[in-house]
Design a protein around this ligand. Structure first.
Ligand code: HPA
Length: 273
């Protein structure tokens, strides 16, 4: 398990690389949604492998780089590629970067992901604001010895999907001409997609979308007191909701179709948070 000094060392390494820049917000780009990076003027790029203690991305279409620079005058850090439980990482390794960013003084996080739509009112391409989640797996990213400098042993999960940020994101979407729908995100660890029975169960439990990321990061963000916004793009209908099976290529293709809306949304939200 990482120690406080490990997080500190990683934070100092990144701070040194980015020089005088002081990022205020971290953005985690989900599958197919990484073109947000094109909005950063002259980003400083750091490969995950260079950063002491950082895991390295194993997902083929994710860059595995941390970018730093300005979008609309706001200095951001962009995680181009994230870590998933299905890649074999321990939960606490998945969230390692979140604590590093916190120690760099960042306390705002925007997370994005591709998801399967469970709610039949949604269709492929629907962009949603996640306002809550359901986690059925027993693992927690904060299991093990607590590091008091990072957060409390027991902490609430009511406010990490920040209500004010969701309101702002909805207003921005409206201005851009589309509707941002509310969603409860169900976390399934994958890599297998769900069975029809699992999706029926998740529907009964109140989930609107399902995916294999985000929840570990949001738990860590809540633990260390960050304000978060999660935008989920429905890239397919969940198993059994339509006749078609979820498919990895389709997920990336459909995420790419929705990404212009997504990128414009994030740019406008950044101006207001
Ligand atoms: N299930 C789980 N994760 C996903 C899906 C899905 O249907 N689509 C995109 N990520």
């Amino acid at each position: 398990m990482a120690k406080y000094e490990d997080y500190k060392r990683s934070a100092e390494f990144i701070s040194e690389k980015i020089g005088a820049r002081r990022p205020e917000v971290v953005i985690i780009a989900g599958s197919g949604l990484d073109t947000i990076g094109e909005k950063i003027d002259n980003p400083v790029k750091i490969k995950y492998g260079e950063i002491p203690g950082f895991p390295t991305s194993t997902v083929s279409y994710q860059k595995g780089e941390l970018w730093c620079g300005e979008i609309e005058g706001k200095t951001v850090l962009l995680m181009n590629g994230r870590f998933h439980f299905y890649e074999g990482w321990d939960m606490n390794k998945i969230v390692y970067p979140i604590y590093v960013f916190k120690l760099m003084g960042i306390d705002k996080i925007i997370v994005s992901n591709a998801s399967g739509a469970i709610n039949r009112d949604f269709s492929v391409g629907q962009i949603t604001a996640v306002y809550d989640h359901i986690k059925l797996c027993a693992e927690s990213p904060v299991r093990g010895e607590n590091i008091p400098e990072l957060g409390k042993r027991f902490f609430e999960m009511q406010s990490v999907y920040d209500k004010e940020y969701i309101k702002i994101a909805k207003e921005c979407a409206k201005e851009l001409g589309f509707e941002l729908k509310d969603a409860v995100y169900a976390y399934m660890t994958g890599p297998q997609y769900e069975t029809t029975a699992e999706i029926k169960m998740l529907k009964t439990l109140g989930a609107d979308v399902v995916g294999m990321s985000t929840v570990p990061e949001m738990i860590a963000a809540s633990h260390c007191g960050m304000r978060g916004l999660c935008i989920s793009v429905c890239t397919n209908m969940a198993a059994g909701i339509s006749d078609e099976n979820p498919d990895e290529d389709e997920v990336v293709v459909n995420a790419r179709k929705a990404r212009d809306h997504f990128v414009n949304l994030i740019v406008n939200v950044l101006k207001r948070i």
